[in-house]
Design a binder for this molecule. Structure first.
Ligand SMILES: *Cc1c(COP(=O)(O)O)cnc(C)c1O
Length: 361
């Protein structure tokens, strides 16, 4: 067996020890004589797995008691519509959005079908390579919520601050940055994330929601997508994504063993800093993002000569460094270095980049 360093933006690398443990438990979980995949979601074994995963997540993120954690399906993309449907109910309402790139735009397009949407700030003038200063945002005092994307996975743009919205609930798509460092959950009304970047496998979506935001949703909403119904049913109004929930639980245990989110944050800061340093020290590589908005998780970069892109990717792949091709909308390269990417993987990428530059620069 030979595993590569997989820089995919998502689905993404998982901790090897988690995959190892899952494989050891694949046929027989804890003497139950069956795989987690084969268990009733209402049986005591799976209920214990589910509860332990939630308890570990609450401990890791220090989620206050007045927040519910929902384990749902549909991906972050479903949440783009479900947030306005759940928060605004029947009457519609006013939703403020910040546009910092590709995922913001999708969230805005989905919300426009349901809500009166106001884009409070748009980073178009830098081609989405910066975060507009908070003082410039054109927010509405009577908005029902404000939505933003703390980390733009495609552009590699990350907020260096949490917007201070006062009484207006702050809603954050944390798909590609959740669990990468400590955050103050109490600053948010809703945090949501698809699992396949920093949590576990695709198919599971986390929604962390403050109790007072669990309301009567839009009447047309499917029950499985109603926060109210799912909060009451402990995310089991229908069959939840049981195996993804279990694997997420193993990842939470792995994070705790690594020292929790403070320790993880230090590792992530170091990994990102050394890769940016290597890019900035070279005239051969370039990252276009403003210094105060550079993502710790997704690092896009271009080569001075784009004709070398294909050769770069080919040689990188031969060296065991895979999935470095940039998003089709951006081109160039992108290294996603989530929690589960070992520091040795980042070191290997940097050495490869330096060698490639020597040979082709
Ligand atoms: C990947 C991603 C999404 C889309 O997630 P799906 O699970 O595919 O719906 C949305 N927002 C951000 C920030 C992402 O990184």
């Amino acid at each position: 067996m030979s595993r590569v360093y997989n820089f995919s933006a998502g689905p993404a690398v998982l901790p090897e020890s988690v995959l190892q443990q899952a494989s050891e438990q694949l046929l027989d979980w804890n003497g139950s004589g069956m795989s987690v995949m084969e268990m009733s979601h209402r049986g005591k074994e799976f209920v214990s797995i589910a509860q332990e995963a939630e308890a570990d997540l609450r401990e890791l993120m220090q989620i206050p008691d007045n927040y519910k954690v929902l384990f749902l399906q549909g991906g972050a993309t479903a949440q783009f519509s479900l947030i306005p449907m759940n928060l605004l109910g029947d009457a519609g309402g006013k939703a403020d959005y910040v546009n910092t790139g590709a995922w913001s735009k999708k969230a805005i397009a989905a919300a426009k079908k349901i809500a009166d949407v106001n884009v409070v700030a748009d980073a178009a003038d830098s081609n989405y390579a910066h975060v507009p200063a908070f003082e410039t945002w054109d927010t509405r005092a009577d908005a029902d919520y404000l939505h933003y994307t703390p980390n733009e996975t495609i552009g590699g743009v990350e907020f260096g601050f949490i917007p201070e919205t006062g009484d207006i609930p702050l809603v954050a798509d944390m798909s590609s940055t959740i669990l990468s460092r400590p955050i103050d959950v109490s600053r948010f009304g809703i945090i949501y994330a698809g699992a396949q970047k920093n949590i576990g496998p695709a198919g599971l979506t986390l929604v962390i929601i403050r109790d007072d935001l669990i309301r009567d949703p839009h009447p047309g909403i499917p029950d499985v997508f109603s926060y109210q119904v799912q909060a009451k049913a402990e995310s089991m109004s229908n069959t939840p994504p049981t195996y993804g929930w279990y694997l997420a639980g193993l990842v939470f245990k792995w994070l705790k063993a690594k020292g929790g989110l403070a320790a993880m944050g230090e590792i992530n800061r170091r990994k990102a800093q050394k890769l940016y340093q290597a890019i900035d020290d070279s005239a051969f590589y370039n990252n276009p993002v403003a210094l105060d908005a550079r993502s710790w998780m997704n690092i896009p970069f271009t080569l001075a000569n784009a004709d070398l892109d294909a050769e770069f990717l080919k040689q990188a792949s031969a060296a065991g460094l895979t999935t470095l091709k940039g998003h089709r909308s951006v081109g160039g390269m992108r290294a996603s270095i989530y929690n589960a990417m070992p520091e040795a993987g980042v070191d290997a990428l940097i050495s490869f980049m330096q060698d490639f530059e020597k040979n082709h620069g």
